[in-house]
Each structure stands twice: as C-alpha cells, then as structure tokens.
Design a protein around this ligand. Sequence first.
Ligand code: SF4
Ligand code: SF4
Ligand code: FES
Length: 273
Amino acid sequence: MTDAHLKVFRGNPGEEGRFEDFAVPVEEGMVVLDALHWIQGHEAPDLAVRWNCKAAKCGSCSAEVDGRPSLTCKTRLSDFDLEQPITVEPMRAFPLIRDLVTDVSWNYEVNKTIQPFTPPDDVAQEDWRWQQQDIERVQEYRKCIECFLCQDVCHVLRNHETEKPFMGPRFLVRAAGLEMHPIDQADRRGYLKDSGGIGYCNITKCCTDVCPEHIRITDNAIIPLKERVVDAYYDPIQWAWRKLRGRGPDAGVGVELPVLQGSPPPTDHDTPD
Ligand code: SF4
Ligand code: SF4
Ligand code: FES
C-alpha cells in the first residue's frame, strides 16, 4: 500500500508553530480529511481538526492544502503526486485557535452589518410577484456554504493590508443576493462603498477559483455591485435621478465593520492570490 506524506501544521496562538510529518497509508477514494482522521486515530490524537458533514456542504473543514484554500473533505489524495509531501495548514486570513482550526467569528460579525432582506411595507406577501429569471439569478448566491475559502484567498483580507476593513467576497455575494432580489427595497450601495470597502477589490478572481459551490463571485456578484455603486455615486445623471426619486432607504451607511485580527501561521507558501 502506498503512503502519503503529510506535513501538518501544529501550534497554538502565540507560539511559533511547526510542521509535523506523518506517513498515512492510502486507500482508494481517500480525501485529505480521511488522512487527518487516520493521523488522529493512530499517531496524534490531540490534532485539532474541524469538520462536520464530510460531504462538502457544511463548510467547516476549510484549510490550506499545498497552499491552496480547500475543503479537506473534497480534496482527494489521488490529485497529488504522492512522491512529494502534502502540506496541510490552517487558513491564513483568520486567527489561529489550534493546529488546523481557525477563529472565523469575524465573518459572522460582518454579516450582522448587512441590512437583511427588506420587503415593501405596503404589499402583502401573498401579492409579491417576480419573474422566474429573477429567482434563478439570486439562487446562485444562496448556494454559499460559508466555508470562507474565498475570504481566505482574498489578498485584501489575507494580508491585512487596508486602512479600513473590507467585507470580503463572501459578503459581497450575500449583498448581491439581497440587492438583486426583485422584492427587496433597501439600498445598500452607500454601505458597500463606505463601510464594506468594495473599492478594495481589484477583481483578481481568486475567490471565484476556490469556491467549492462554483459561484461566479466576481462576474456575477462583485462586478454588478461595483457597477451599481459607480452608477449611484459617480454618474452625475444617475446621482441626480436617485436624489429626486430614491430607491429605498440608505441601508447601513456609516456602519463600521469589525477589524479582522489575523495571526498567520508560518508557511512554506506565498500568498496564492
Ligand atoms: S476578486 Fe480578488 S480582490 Fe476581489 S474579492 Fe475576490 S479575491 Fe478579493
Ligand atoms: S462564496 Fe463560495 S468560497 Fe465563499 S464562503 Fe461561499 S461557498 Fe465558500
Ligand atoms: S466536513 Fe463539511 S464541508 Fe467538509
């Protein structure tokens, strides 16, 4: 039986951390999460790994495998050259809790700053009407499993390089689903520009590349939102029309996003973005 050689990050916050080597017997169909479970079962019972569904649907087993943000339950060992070691380390963008587990709670705080679905006050729910194509468009955004791999790969969040916080691609996806909902009445464009930091995104598409749900994050969420923000704030005709007519309340303008405190572990890899 062939062995896979895994180099797994071990460490706690405030420590330097280290990579430990494990030789894992490979069986057909094995994924990286299986190998981590084998390590827990045979060699390192205290290895911290987060997972739930093992079906690529809960979004909790996110880590960096050979430097690429990945779901460990969806990443097959057969996709690697088993002559070479496979590194497994925690997501770099978020503070470390232990070993492969990071604290992603910052994301939930950002989520709370987005104005939720806001239907009209004066139309009863049974009278809401929309086209099938509108529903199909917003369904793509609802496929998100909150794995935060897109947040992890985004160089803006990963390198903590901005003066102000940036909401990140996952929450631009959520905002797109609300802004493009045919029944929603709120106008989040001011929030996206000032609080969400949409201008920090330079459309590198790395977030789209790692999304396990194949959401076309940049093409179908970020670019249309950027266009809406530009229309509202930088096109003088649109700006004047909006002032005259309005679309809905400015939702979330002035809200401050929490600051993401990262504690990137040591790594052999450059930023993949
Ligand atoms: S396109 Fe690039 S910069 Fe923009 S959100 Fe995605 S990863 Fe970040
Ligand atoms: S948009 Fe895709 S990559 Fe980002 S959190 Fe959702 S499922 Fe994960
Ligand atoms: S364990 Fe649920 S997505 Fe991997």
